[in-house]
Design a protein. Sequence first.
Length: 334
Amino acid sequence: MLHTGDMGYPDIVRFARRAEDAGYEHFLLTEESAKEAFSLLAALATATQKIRLGTGIVSFYTRTPTLLAMAARSIWELSSGRFSPLGIGTGGIGFMTRGHGMTLDRPVGRARETVEIVRSLLTEPRTSYQGKWFRVEDFHLREGALPDGARIPIWLAALGPQMATMSGRVADGMISNWLIPESLAEYRTLIQAGATISGRSQSDFQISSLTMVCVDPSDEEAVRAARRGVAFYCASTHYHHIADLAGLGEQARRVQSVWETRDFEAAAAMVSDEMLARFTLAGSDRENEARLKWMISEGVLPIIYPLPRRSRVVEDHFTVLERAAAWSGLGGKD
């Protein structure tokens, strides 16, 4: 995946095609302050042939469940059934409050209603739903539900315990970040608790995690870019629980306090080597390979997220793509 503001359209298309050639399973788009996700996915659907195209994530505050279902159905059609997953979440606090003027009110309950309505619209002939936030009255997509046997997995972005539990209760998968053994163990317990509430089987539930990558740990500019990436997430209180599990909660809060003064470079400089080691791939090839293979062996899908240098944005994305393919055993094969 990538932050779509980092590259222009032609380079993003080229990046997706190279990911497809290298053997990656998914190409996911985030949506914050850059390009609108579904219009770009439409372009990628015609530019690629095999790779699954999905969102990781779009906010469920900025689109109604019905519009999310329409968008998912459209990209599924354009890509000949390759749209997977529909990854949704609250969106970053800063982007939502400053950019959209929205307060993230009761996100867990809103997530539940969104997932349930979207799934119903995609799979049922007609949908009626009476929720706290959304009400759907005997409605259906004009093109109809997906054909029998077709499905679009819905993954819920989750960091804290309540959203992780809700993902197990209603979603097909979960997108996390800063994955460490301590948080993975907690997530599994919470996901199972959510599944138990709804009586669902979790045999096909997919845990995935954004996996930030420093392009060159021997280069000072590359390490600065990685520190800034971690500092950006420290600025959100949603990440402090994971930092606490890692024993780095106080560090994360100190970084947040400086970030909030808008001295972003000073905040980035406060990110310790330990934080980089725990929350990103910023080690040697051997260390990064071991980290990825641990995730894969645990059934976790790593979502490779390059942290490029400002002076080499495009080149660094492609370098990370190739290196991560080698670490994970793809080896750059078609």
